[in-house]
Design a protein around this ligand. Structure first.
Ligand SMILES: C[S@@+](CC[C@H](N)C(=O)[O-])C[C@H]1O[C@@H](n2cnc3c(N)ncnc32)[C@H](O)[C@@H]1O
Length: 231
């Protein structure tokens, strides 16, 4: 999906009131067609268009599917999934304004008690259909450290997905470039199909990419179903 047509560049009226980096951020926000579009459609973040692009291509989110949204705040991915009829459990370190149809857990996904709270909410569901992770550790500016932290988050998501995603289910994980090699190998032992994507709405100067793993293989001791049997 591409952005809207050419627009007049918005300039800050009182640039002196802002530091150089906040000026750059504000100017980028004001001139970003995805930001404008998200706002006009009632979405809380521009990142919704990354999920939309991937969903339109791979048909991940459908009515009745159970979706876990990790790193969910401010909430545009949850808003999108609920709009499409999914049942959503959202987790974030930050508080998040309520969304009808979304159960919100505030906590660090890397902490055992957050995962316990998540498992409790999911109790009674026979399986999770889709795990989404847009989690990003704040950048240290050091490439290696940032890559290792992204790998750590990605591994924790894959471990969670291995335990909770049902056969045929899927996981989408945001990573930074360089972290995908290790995780791709790990994902291939759990899912039939694994690919790396960079949606059009990704900012051109961003080092992020997404790992999409489709069609969870049967867990050991589980009778096999037809491939790609996400409900
Ligand atoms: C890019 S934002 C997510 C945007 C969201 N997908 C949306 O569409 O509104 C990344 C989020 O990940 C959260 N996050 C980062 N590390 C986390 C962790 N360890 N546990 C839970 N949330 C985390 C941050 O608090 C932040 O809100």
């Amino acid at each position: 999906m591409s952005g809207d047509g050419p627009r007049t560049k918005v300039r800050l009226k009182d640039a002196r009131a802002h530091t150089a980096s906040s000026q750059r951020w504000l100017s980028r926000q004001l001139n970003d067609p995805y930001v404008q579009r998200a706002k006009s459609m009632g979405y809380r973040a521009r990142s919704v268009f990354k999920l939309e692009e991937i969903d339109e291509r791979f048909g991940l989110i459908k009515r009745g599917r159970i979706v876990v949204d990790l790193g969910a705040a401010p909430g545009s991915w949850s808003q999108y999934a609920v709009k499409k009829g999914a049942r959503v459990v959202a987790v974030d370190l930050q508080p998040m304004d309520p969304i009808a149809g979304v159960t919100i857990i505030e906590g660090d996904f890397l902490e055992a008690e957050t995962e316990q709270a998540l498992v409790q909410v999911l109790e009674g569901q026979d399986r999770v259909d889709l795990v989404l992770s847009d989690m990003a550790a704040s950048s240290t500016g050091r490439k290696l450290v940032d890559r290792l932290r992204a790998e750590q988050l990605g591994e924790a998501v894959l471990t969670f997905a291995e335990a909770h995603v049902g056969q045929g289910g899927a996981v989408l994980i945001k990573l930074v470039r360089g972290a995908e090699a290790v995780l791709q190998q790990q994902a291939k032992t759990i899912f039939r199909s694994v690919r790396i994507l960079r949606p059009e709405a990704t900012r051109s100067d961003s080092s992020e990419c997404f790992l999409l793993a489709l069609d969870r293989l049967p867990a050991e001791g589980t009778p096999a179903q037809e491939p790609g049997s996400l409900r």
